[in-house]
Ligand binder design. Structure first.
Ligand SMILES: Cc1ncc(COP(=O)(O)O)c(C=O)c1O
Length: 405
């Protein structure tokens, strides 16, 4: 039992590492004794095991999720002069990776009920805001650039509607690269692929982040891409290692974007537990759904029948979001905001000339989302305490703040 007044953390990264400490330390010992710090059997082992887990033919271990998306795009042939379509409601790294591949970004709004790319709006963007050249290429009317690819983001662990997105991509000659940074192991029931497919495995490539708080997290920085395309995998392997297929023989300008052996070894140990952690996350999410039922002010996450989310985060929408977060904080309950400002309104995107009202669903999401405390190992009584306070808050009248006239 927990003390009624004990703080509830947003996530717990200490307990699972304590449980795995000996196994993790053994990875470090092996690395010190063999001096295999970069590349080698740990990296190859992880790549094989993660590819199997994702049911994808190839995996390339990389330094982090931003590099994974950037290198996936570059290896797919995206470069200067191109444009890439993505959503404004995602972590900033999605657009950084597009820019750093040399491309411009074109935004398409999300569907508020899933927080993911809206396929109808995507279709509309390709139809109404682009023109088709004689050579069949799609060109953005806004930027004048050739649209090459779509990057759907599987936000909070829930897959985007991939069949519909792949349909639009096919009919417009676009590639799809999935940003699966938050969706390790999520599944999408694909009619096109005739069954349940893992996030990241349906497009030409998919990128993952293993930042420590992710469903599969390293003990430091790490990432990977998966792909069905042997040539893309070969190029990405070269790009991560200074463009050299063979030491000191460089075929192209590359990067230093390698995954180190110790992180790969840590990830192999954690990968064995990922299915169980994801199952726990799904159970905890269903429990939150039940406990929050009937609280009118709160909208719980909706999971379409074709999606199996791995609930990287448990995110509700609430009209008095900021006041609710403050009330929970007063009682020692930590929450998160993912994300408070959509990308098209960020200072870093000002040069794109977007304004408030351009992407209303993303803007509404940014105003209303609240990530509740959520992690494998969270106790039922902790969930009850969180929801008890949310219920109490929802029953309280709105307190008007500001100076009196
Ligand atoms: C949606 C999304 N894309 C990309 C990234 C970038 O991953 P990393 O932090 O490993 O570079 C993240 C990480 O938080 C993410 O959430």
């Amino acid at each position: 039992m927990t003390d009624h007044h004990e703080p509830v953390p947003f996530m717990d990264l200490v307990t699972p590492h304590r449980e795995m400490e000996e196994e993790l330390l053994e990875v470090v010992r092996q690395a010190l004794r063999s001096a295999r710090f970069v590349g080698g059997p740990q990296l190859e082992g992880f790549e094989e095991e993660f590819a199997d887990f994702c049911e994808a033919p190839f995996c390339v271990g990389l330094s982090n999720g931003t590099d994974a998306l950037r290198l996936a795009l570059i290896a797919a042939g995206v470069g200067p002069g191109d444009a890439v379509i993505t959503v404004p409601f995602t972590f900033f790294a999605t657009v950084e990776a597009i820019w750093q591949a040399g491309a411009a970004v074109e935004w398409v709004d999300i569907d508020l009920s899933t927080f993911n790319m809206c396929p109808a709006r995507l279709e509309q963007l390709c139809r109404d805001q682009c023109r088709r050249q004689d050579d069949g290429r799609l060109v953005s009317l806004r930027s004048g650039r050739t649209v090459k690819a779509i990057v759907p983001v599987h936000l909070y662990g829930q897959p985007a509607d991939m069949d519909a997105i792949l349909d639009v991509a096919r009919s417009n000659g676009l590639m799809v690269v999935e940003d699966a940074a938050q969706a390790h192991g999520a599944r999408y029931c694909s009619k096109q692929h005739q069954g349940w497919k893992r996030a990241g495995s349906m497009g030409l490539a998919g990128s993952f982040s293993f930042y420590p708080g992710k469903n599969l997290g390293a003990c430091g920085e790490a990432g990977a891409l998966i792909t069905q395309d042997a040539e893309l995998a070969r190029k990405a392997r070269m790009l991560r290692d200074h463009g050299q297929p063979e030491k000191y023989f460089h075929q192209m300008e590359g990067y230093n974007a390698r995954l180190d052996a110790i992180q790969a070894g840590f990830l192999r140990i954690k990968l064995r537990r990922l299915e169980e952690w994801n199952r726990q996350r799904r159970r905890l999410a269903k429990r939150y759904d039940q406990l929050l039922e009937g609280i009118d002010e709160v909208v719980t996450p909706s999971e379409p029948s074709w999606a199996q989310s791995v609930y990287h985060l448990y995110v509700i929408r609430a009209s008095r979001r900021d006041a609710l977060a403050r009330r929970l904080a007063e009682d020692g309950i930590s929450t998160g905001l993912h994300y408070p400002l959509p990308l098209h309104l960020q200072k870093a995107c000002a040069h794109l000339g977007c304004k408030e009202g351009d992407f209303p669903a993303s803007e509404q999401a940014a105003r209303q989302v609240l990530s509740l405390p959520f992690y494998p190992g969270m106790l039922p009584e902790q969930q009850e305490r969180v929801v008890g306070l949310v219920r109490e808050f929802a029953a309280s009248p709105t307190v008007l703040t500001g100076t009196r006239p």
